[in-house]
Design a protein around this ligand. Structure first.
Ligand code: WT7
Length: 645
């Protein structure tokens, strides 16, 4: 397996980039020709950003699992597709070859069929990081069902909201999930999410922790029983088959919910053809993957990073993907390095927050680990600070591994701005150059392109994209208008990312962070409005305002200003009750790091909360509040300053 579209030099990058802009249809047709299509496209690209409408490889037919599995069977059946490292280092490692993956995915597709799942049905997946999660995702893709994976850190209420929005009729879950020393009762959380739900027909439960679970007759079935039954159906005379459903390139592949500046998460929809080409192309080029290498992406499949760079990108390239069930700091902070050493990992892709957290344990956990197999390092999820970048470079890459700083979003399907490992220049804390097909533009608040440099000699503005790349989101599930207003209406004819960025004279980009009311906590996106809604659900809360503040490990922490009608017990007890409420409504990942009780919030005469001021106070910049004269009651600011936690 070689990748004719792998860019091998800076010159070749420039050439590919130029062609992708001047002649996108032929550029992408050449790349798409390297995949297995049941039928080729009638037209490579049709688009406008006003509706918006984006169609790639229109009329083409394919099944993504044939590209991720079947096409590698003739020559690579025994090559590991997934190597699974369990949470508990004493547990058995599992090596899933392409042949085994094929069998299990076919088997699970058969299970779905037996239970009545059809093309286009929505299947919600709420599992821990076990290989069965990969089988579930790919099994859905094989039968043409739309998977919607929900991260295990979301609460029953969050699941219920997502089930309702997706009108999901099927759920795949586990009895429980191991995460470090913790044991999370996933099925029991699903049971809570299903109280009053009349839409879900079947819940498939995989046994991982053997924690007690309630199994409802007629609705809940065991994974193991169903798989055993299906085995005989897909395996005949030594051959395994479950015919993959023929999908249109623009049929939905999955929904993944993500937070925005409104209170309700959006179901980002990706489709089969474009997403496949994009995740494969970006995987092969960014990491400069070579056949036989082991790629270790530490993300959870509950997030887009896991979808694109544990599953679809690597598998569609015939790669070996390492999947890890645990957490970086358990049983100790040497876990990642131990995995690198044990499997001789070539490519390590992780988040700045993980690097900063591991940095804080010093060099002891690395001392006795052999990291010499590493060739490429990557980061994703938030801007990486220079200190963490250098630590990663010196202590993990031993100054021999290029670091790719990959900027992208759930909505973009795959990486958009990054250096190519060892091929294009790396600059600490700069995402650097757009991949071929990606056309960024920085605009001011009116949508006018920035043409003047600032004092630092850089162009600075809101980051937008001028044209679609194959992996761009197509819609937000069930509400296309929401997709338009969220991403395509802020600036005319542009996709707006929600991020701010700077650009130098050579066209290198540095991402500065969100410019909307969205926080990035440990590389996870959380909307301030969403957290405020959850806090406001608490019986004693009158009003709240949530902002981000710099946090040494998490990148951003959540700071909540809360007005309560009365305290139940002490302030601290009330604080804990509020945290519990947020945990219940959204999940533990959205719990504020700090709660300050206040008597009033700084509002303009029209009643708008002046977040700018609250942000400054949370950041500790109490002296630089700027103009407060337009406030209805400037006095509240002094009170808030005095009570800062
Ligand atoms: C937001 C997207 C992309 C998968 C993980 C997060 C921030 C992401 C970088 C980076 C600076 C980054 C942006 C973006 N972000 N990568 N390399 N440098 N910022 O996906 O939850 O959709 O969040 O993460 O602010 O908008 P997500």
């Amino acid at each position: 397996m070689s990748y004719p579209y792998q860019i091998k030099s800076y010159e070749a990058y420039k050439e590919a980039y130029k062609k992708s802009v001047e002649d996108p249809e032929n550029f992408w047709a050449d790349i798409a020709n390297n995949f297995q299509w049941r039928k080729k496209w009638d037209k490579v690209l049709d688009w406008n950003f006003t509706e918006p409408k984006v169609e790639w490889f229109k009329g083409a037919k394919l099944n993504i699992t044939e590209n991720c599995i079947d096409r590698y069977l003739p020559e690579m059946a025994d090559q590991p597709a997934i190597i699974w490292e369990p949470n508990n280092p004493e547990d058995r490692v599992r090596v899933v070859t392409y042949a085994r993956l094929h069998k299990r995915v076919c088997q699970f597709a058969q299970v779905l069929k037996n239970l009545g799942v059809k093309k286009g049905d929505r299947v919600c997946i709420y599992m821990g990081m076990v290989p069965e999660l990969a089988y579930a995702v790919l099994g859905c893709a094989r039968i043409g069902a739309i998977h919607s994976v929900i991260f295990g850190g979301f609460s029953a209420q969050s699941i219920a909201d997502r089930l309702e929005d997706a009108k999901a009729e099927y759920i795949v879950t586990c009895d429980g999930a191991y995460r470090g020393a913790k044991d999370i009762p996933l099925k029991s959380i699903i049971d809570d999410a299903l109280i009053g739900n009349k839409v879900v027909k079947k819940v498939i439960v995989y046994t991982r922790t053997r924690t007690p679970v309630s199994m409802l007759k007629g609705r809940d079935v065991w994974w193991e029983d169903e798989m055993e039954h299906a085995e005989g159906q897909v395996e005949k005379n030594g051959t395994v088959s479950f015919p993959a459903e023929e999908m249109d390139a623009e049929d939905p592949l999955f929904i993944l919910y993500t937070s925005g500046s409104t209170g309700k998460p959006k179901g980002v929809v990706h489709t089969c053809g474009g997403y496949m080409v994009w995740t494969n192309y970006t995987f092969v080029n960014t990491f400069q993957y070579q056949q036989g290498q082991k790629h270790f992406c530490t993300a959870d499949i509950g997030w887009i990073t896991g979808h694109s760079y544990i599953l679809y990108g690597p598998l569609s390239a015939g790669a070996t993907s390492v999947m890890f069930e645990g957490v970086p700091t358990w049983p100790d902070a040497g876990r990642f390095w131990e995995i690198v050493d044990k499997y001789k990992i070539d490519i390590l892709y992780t988040a700045p927050t993980a690097i900063r957290s591991l940095m804080s344990y010093g060099l002891d956990p690395i001392k006795d680990k052999d990291l010499s197999s590493l060739k490429v390092l990557g980061t994703v999820g938030e801007p990486i600070n220079e200190e963490a970048w250098h630590w990663y470079d010196e202590n993990i890459g031993k100054k021999k591994c290029p670091i790719v700083d990959t900027w992208w979003q759930t909505e973009t399907g795959g990486i958009l701005i990054t250096n190519l490992a060892g091929v294009t220049p790396a600059i600490p804390s700069w995402a650097t150059l757009p991949l071929p097909g990606v056309q960024p533009v920085l605009v001011d608040d009116r949508g006018v392109e920035i043409t003047e440099k600032n004092e630092e000699g850089l162009y600075k503005g809101n980051l937008c994209m001028k044209a679609p790349w194959p992996g761009i989101l197509r819609t937000t599930y069930g509400d296309h208008e929401r997709c338009r207003t969220n991403y395509f209406a802020t600036y005319e004819n542009l996709y707006f990312t929600g991020d701010g960025a700077m650009k130098d004279d050579e066209g290198f980009y540095r991402i500065t962070g969100r410019v909307d009311d969205v926080l990035n906590v440990s590389g996870h996106r959380i909307g301030t409005a969403e957290v405020e809604n959850a806090i406001n659900m608490h019986a004693s809360v009158v009003e709240s305002a949530v902002v981000g503040y710099p946090h040494d490990i998490k990148g951003q922490g959540i700071y909540a200003y809360v007005i309560v009608s009365s305290f139940h017990g002490s302030e601290d007890e009330t604080r804990k009750d509020i945290l519990q409420t947020v945990s219940r409504i959204i999940g533990p990942i959205a719990k504020p790091d700090r709660i300050q009780f206040v008597n009033g919030l700084p509002k303009t005469r029209s009643g708008k909360i002046m977040r700018r001021i609250l942000r400054k106070i949370a950041e500790g910049e109490i002296e630089k509040l700027g103009d407060t004269s337009t406030l209805l009651d400037p006095g509240v600011v002094d009170d808030i300053k005095k009570g800062k936690v």
